[in-house]
Every structure is written in structure tokens, then in C-alpha cells.
Design a protein around this ligand. Structure first.
Ligand code: HEC
Length: 177
């Protein structure tokens, strides 16, 4: 709850602040009069804000996702065994190809940033990630219910900010529900 409140407060501040910046720029430029049009926060500021939320969750992602979605993989002792090595390499390569978390948000991937968010929510809700065959051995990589809801809250508020700022069209938003 507290995390959500901080997030909400932070987004209000950053949106108001970016509104000032944009309004300020308008006064000196040759833009047509934009009175009555809500100022749109710059996408970079929104991304910074979303990354702030991600950084709060980073320890969870590190514990549960980084072995396959970062270049900070901690290989287990049995990685030395030939067949294990092949299986692990395959997972890690595919996972890294999909999404890299260590650089923060926006993540490195072939998708648009908001689609990464929606995918993350989906795999968490469906219990697809981390993969079950990985958590059999890495038991501590299992997400607790509280961690799942923290991640989902972060995705939801991030998508809401992007949507309110007009960076997602209505069609896309609908698909995410
Ligand atoms: C054991 C390795 C491994 C771990 C740990 C892991 N992933 Fe993955 N992940 C993969 C692989 C491999 C794929 C690509 C194949 C697939 O979709 O199953 C993938 C795909 C994904 C995708 C894209 C899904 C899609 O349908 O396109 C997302 C999002 C994702 N992972 C998020 C996460 C998150 C969040 C965590 C941590 C909670 C995590 N993963 C942990 C291996 C892993």
C-alpha cells in the first residue's frame, strides 16, 4: 500500500512538473496558442518514473528473473555437466533474447516498452515466469503472492500513466485487459 502511495505521489509530481516545463517552452516558441490543451509529459520523464518503480522491485527481479533475463547470470555448480550446460545455455540464450532487465526501464527487447510491461504482467499472472522447471531447483526464485501483486501494481500504474499521457492508443489499452 505504502509503495503504491509513494508511486502515485511521485507520478502526480512528475506530471505536474513536466507540464510546467512544456508550458514554459510554449511561451517562447512559435507554437499556436495551446490554451485548454492538457500538457503532455515527455516520454523520457515517464520512463524515468516507471524505472523508479522498477528499481524498488529490482531485488525481486534479480532473485527471480536475472539468471535468464540479464547478463548477470549466476550459473549453478552443475553447469559444468555437459547436458545441464546445454539446457541452461538454451534457456539463458532464449531468455536474454526476449528481454533484458539489468539496464532498467525501458528494457532491452524487440517489443515496445509498454508491451514489455503488459507481457510481464501476463507471465506473472499466469504463473509462467520464472519457469517451473527452474524453480524446482531454484526454490528461492519463486515469487510470493505479495511480490506478484507488487509487480502487477507497478505494471498497472505504469500503464495507466502512459495511457493518461496519451502514449498508448485506446485499441492497445483494451487488449491489455
Ligand atoms: C530459467 C530461465 C528464466 C527465468 C528464471 C525467467 N525467464 Fe522469462 N523467459 C525465459 C525464456 C526461455 C523465455 C522465452 C520463451 C518463453 O516465452 O517461454 C522467456 C520469456 C519471457 C517473457 C516473454 C513472454 C512471451 O510470451 O513472449 C517475459 C515477459 C518474461 N520471460 C518475464 C520473466 C520474468 C518477469 C521473470 C522473473 C519473475 C522471468 N521471466 C524469469 C526464461 C526465463
Amino acid at each position: 500500500m505504502r509503495f503504491k502511495n509513494i508511486l502515485a505521489l511521485f507520478s502526480v509530481f512528475s506530471i505536474i512538473f513536466s507540464g510546467f516545463v512544456i508550458a514554459g517552452e510554449g511561451e517562447t516558441g512559435n507554437e499556436p496558442d495551446s490554451v485548454g490543451i492538457a500538457p503532455q509529459p515527455a516520454i523520457e520523464e515517464i520512463y524515468t518514473h516507471i524505472d523508479y518503480g522498477f528499481q524498488q522491485l529490482r531485488p525481486v527481479f534479480k532473485r527471480c528473473c536475472f539468471d535468464c533475463h540479464s547478463n548477470e547470470t549466476e550459473f549453478p555448480w552443475y553447469y559444468k555437466l555437459p547436458i545441464a550446460k546445454q539446457i541452461i545455455n538454451h534457456d539463458v540464450e532464449e531468455g536474454r533474447d526476449e528481454l533484458l532487465f539489468e539496464g532498467g526501464f525501458p528494457f532491452k527487447s524487440d517489443r515496445e516498452p509498454h508491451k514489455d510491461l503488459a507481457e510481464i504482467k501476463e507471465v506473472i499472472e499466469e504463473g509462467e515466469m520464472p519457469p517451473w522447471k527452474y524453480t524446482i531447483i531454484h526454490r528461492s526464485a519463486k515469487l510470493t503472492d505479495k511480490e506478484k501483486s507488487r509487480i502487477i501494481d507497478w505494471v498497472d500504474s505504469s500503464l495507466a500513466i502512459l495511457e493518461n499521457a496519451g502514449y498508448m492508443d485506446a485499441g492497445e489499452v483494451e487488449h491489455q485487459h
